[in-house]
Write a protein that binds this ligand. Structure first.
Ligand code: AMP
Length: 283
């Protein structure tokens, strides 16, 4: 496994491989890796000739009062895990490599970025769209793998790629969970033992919604009330949103026709957690 921090080196090495006919898959991450990230790397490895992971804690996607400074940085352990997962290249740029002195170009993300996460984290998707597009410029991959765990992020990136005709395919991959249902996240390591128990409210609320749909409920306000009830009794400390919306536009709907997505963002202790589940009406 090659670890490369220099942007010219990563581009020229991968460009060379691509010209040789190799299929390249990229997995952008912020490090502090867990099984969720590794599942993306394994998928890239199984579908491509060359699997590339990137590790970069992107300052432009964090708000001024968010956790950029204290975001976990565990490079040595990350590299060992990537090596074991069969990753071929890791791009680990410094902040100055991505945003050199005088940097001032940012992507205006698509409309769908204004809702939900975009409303609670102003500027977040502008930072995400900017770093992702820059990584796509530096890493000439044919396929990029993202987790559905960040559902809105996948929608924003897929829309950007479509709108700007970026020549890359976006693959959305399943959320990997702990055995008790908690979605894996780098931020889970902020949770105390009691926070960790309360955090189970998210997956339980989503399971409750799917069970109600299985039992024939299609009424979105009933589903949302039920999710809130589970979250309040967990108890989480505050709810940013717990809603059921259209799977593509993320716009409000009144009832579920075929499928919808339930999206949750809450605070537990000092940690903000998100999770989601696609709700499918089975015949
Ligand atoms: P992050 O390091 O949080 O920026 O995440 C990097 C990539 O890993 C993103 O595409 C995430 O959606 C994905 N990811 C994070 N957690 C999980 C998970 N539990 N299961 C699957 N993918 C995940």
């Amino acid at each position: 496994m090659n670890v490369i921090a220099n942007s010219y080196s990563i581009y020229s090495t991968l460009d060379h491989l691509r010209r040789e006919g190799k299929k390249i898959g990229v997995v952008p991450t912020m490090g502090a890796l867990h099984e969720g990230h590794l599942s993306l790397v394994r998928r890239a490895k199984s579908e491509c000739d060359v699997a590339v992971a990137t590790i970069f804690v992107n300052p432009s996607q964090f708000g001024p009062n968010e956790d950029f400074q204290r975001y976990p940085r565990t490079l040595e352990a990350d590299l060992a895990m990537l090596h074991a997962a069969g990753c071929d290249f890791v791009f680990t740029p410094a902040v100055e490599t991505i945003y050199p002195e005088g940097y001032s170009t940012y992507i205006e993300p698509p409309e769908v970025a204004n809702r939900l996460e975009g409303a609670f984290r102003p500027g977040h998707f502008r930072g995400v769209a900017t770093i992702v597009l820059k990584l796509f410029m530096l890493i000439p991959a044919q396929v990029a793998y993202f987790g559905r765990k960040d559902y809105q992020q996948v929608v924003v990136i897929s829309t950007m790629v479509r709108d700007l005709a970026v020549p890359i395919r976006i693959e959305a991959c399943e959320t990997i969970r702990e055995t008790d249902g908690l979605a894996m996240s780098s931020r889970n390591r902020y949770l105390s033992a009691s926070d960790r128990k309360r955090a189970l409210g998210l997956s339980r609320a989503l399971q409750r919604a799917q069970k109600m749909v299985d039992a024939g409920c299609t009424n979105v306000s009933e589903l949302e009330s039920a999710m809130r009830e589970v979250l309040v009794s967990a108890p989480v400390d505050s709810i940013d949103y717990a809603i059921v919306v259209d799977t593509e536009t993320l716009q409000s709907i009144e009832s579920i026709k075929h499928a919808a997505v339930a999206l949750i963002a809450v605070h537990v202790g000092k940690t903000r957690l998100i999770d989601n589940q696609t709700l499918v009406r089975r015949a």
